[in-house]
Design a protein around this ligand. Structure first.
Ligand code: NAG
Ligand code: NAG
Ligand code: NAG
Ligand code: NAG
Ligand code: NAG
Ligand code: NAG
Ligand code: NAG
Ligand code: NAG
Ligand code: NAG
Length: 423
């Protein structure tokens, strides 16, 4: 009777919680909370997360697979640290059970931060978790390809499962809200979402399936147009841009084959950042898979601006290197007189490096002196002017044809008149 009552109560509790979950009210209450503080008790890392693990291990001479979730008894290990500015990086170490731990290493880049490395340490002697394990003692696996990144002062959010594969261990995060470099702030309401949330169709399959199939990258459709601006602290724009962007990266895959991979910048899913100074204006578009920086330079003596530098840091599929990084700072593209804007409706390819190019579509861009936060008079690219050539030539041909017909008609009339006269 007693057990009946308990299960009955649990059923009710589950129904209530289920309803709450359905309403999305208590979703965060389900995650396990971790915090890292510095010696002065100011919080530098705050994390709410759920993690499922799948570990393959040896039993006799067979491979067994076990799946378990991070228990809610998991806690922040004392080895966690806020690090020291410019010296050591912040680190969150989560410990649970009999000496199992997950350490999450952060690094900061100019305008975003990321999980640099994930290390999972597990104790095969824990026969409750790893029944029948042949080996005992602790093992360690790690990954530097976590694709967990957010813009500075933004939190990282990922509701859908986000898989980090580490050989025989799969770590799947879900319902995650995470922020590092807090400096005692509360977690930001602004969030960078993971690609699993922003592109639900490309969600990975269940984490229990081991190898994810590597489909050959296909050329994506024409990119969507984005409107981007970077403002000075006084609110005046120093960069105004309207453009569709497609990136073409060439890299070495895990199987040592070189491939080209094209992907679009989706304006709806990038954070826009930047800086304005007297002689350089920087536009940064970032998401969890790409960080793209355009640096415009002002030549004050010539009264021109141009694209002088492009930096990219991207995650590309099945790559041998954890990240695709290119930094080209000797460029001279889109050169335009100040107070004017550069316009190119045609697709234009900017060769940034041997292994990296950017295709722009419907581009209009202006940097530095921008009057009334609006584009100045447009300077058209040569591609568009060549495009104008065709209608001009066709028009001229038509005009010529009309003229010939007219002349032929007049001559014909004159001849027939002459004919009548002779009769
Ligand atoms: C930090 O917080 C802990 C626990 O709340 C407390 O024991 C400790 O004295 C605090 N340290 C400082 C420097 O405030
Ligand atoms: C691993 O687990 C076993 C059994 O639970 C325990 O006795 C041992 O102390 C653990 N190893 C470490 C390094 O703590
Ligand atoms: C570890 O493994 C060895 C042999 O494989 C065994 O003799 C020993 O008892 C094991 N230790 C523990 C703590 O399970
Ligand atoms: C994680 O594991 C729990 C319990 O094993 C399961 O109910 C849940 O669906 C899993 N979630 C994901 C995202 O794999
Ligand atoms: C810059 O200012 C314009 C107009 O004042 C505004 O619409 C735009 O959102 C601002 N851009 C940023 C990145 O704050
Ligand atoms: C991408 O770049 C590679 C290498 O430069 C080139 O061979 C390929 O044609 C480019 N793809 C597209 C769609 O332009
Ligand atoms: C930038 O411009 C401001 C205002 O025009 C001026 O006060 C400042 O000295 C300039 N800085 C540099 C490094 O030229
Ligand atoms: C932009 O380029 C200028 C040189 O033209 C350089 O001084 C500056 O550091 C660059 N900015 C960034 C963010 O790389
Ligand atoms: C600026 O333009 C002038 C004239 O075209 C040129 O001589 C000079 O080298 C340019 N300066 C820079 C820093 O590019």
């Amino acid at each position: 009777m007693k057990t009946m009552k308990i299960t009955g109560q649990r059923g009710l509790v589950e129904a209530v919680l289920g309803l709450a979950l359905l309403l999305g009210v208590f979703q965060s209450a389900y995650s396990i909370h971790f915090e890292v503080k510095d010696p002065l008790n100011s919080t530098c890392i705050s994390a709410d997360l759920f993690i499922n693990f799948t570990v393959e291990y040896k039993v006799a001479d067979k491979q067994e697979k076990v799946s378990f979730s991070l228990p809610n008894t998991a806690s922040t290990d004392a080895s966690s640290t806020c690090g020291k500015e410019n010296a050591t990086a912040p680190l969150l170490v989560i410990k649970f059970g009999n000496s199992h731990s997950l350490s999450i290493n952060f690094t900061k880049l100019p305008l975003h931060y990321q999980v640099d490395e994930l290390v999972f340490t597990y104790n095969l002697s824990d026969k409750e978790l790893f029944p029948g394990a042949t080996e005992n003692g602790t093992k360690e696996v790690s990954s530097k390809n976590t694709a967990i990144t957010a813009a500075t002062n933004y939190s990282y959010k990922c509701v859908n499962p986000h898989l980090v594969a580490m050989g025989n261990v799969n770590v799947t995060f879900y319902n995650v809200s995470l922020e590092a470099y807090l400096n005692n702030r509360t977690v930001s309401l602004n969030a960078t979402s993971c690609s699993e949330d922003t592109q639900p169709t490309s969600r990975p399959t269940t984490p229990s399936t081991t190898a994810t199939p590597t489909t050959a990258p296909i050329t994506p459709k024409t990119p969507d147009m984005g409107d981007y601006s970077v403002n000075t602290s006084s609110g005046a724009a120093c960069i105004l841009a309207k453009m569709g962007l497609q990136l073409n990266v060439t890299y070495i895959k895990k199987d040592d084959k070189e491939v080209s991979y094209e992907f679009n910048i989706d304006p709806k899913h990038v954070a826009v950042n930047g800086t304005c100074s007297n002689s350089s204006a920087v536009l940064i578009l970032s998401s969890d898979i790409v960080y793209l920086l355009f640096n415009f330079t002002l030549n004050a003596t010539a009264s021109t601006f141009y694209l002088g530098q492009v930096f990219v840091n991207a995650t590309v599929p099945d790559s041998k290197e954890p990240r695709f990084i290119v930094d080209s700072d000797k460029l001279s593209y889109l050169k335009t007189t100040t107070h004017k804007s550069y316009k190119c409706k045609s697709k234009q390819t900017l060769e940034i490096a041997r292994n990296f190019s950017i295709d722009t579509y419907n581009l209009q861009i202006q940097a530095f002196d921008i009057d009334e936060n609006k584009f100045g008079p447009a300077v058209e690219c040569s591609e568009d002017q060549n495009g104008m050539l065709v209608p001009i030539v066709v028009g001229a041909c038509l005009a010529g044809l009309v003229l010939i017909v007219l002349v032929a008609y007049l001559i014909g009339r004159k001849r027939s008149h002459a004919g009548y006269q002779t009769i």
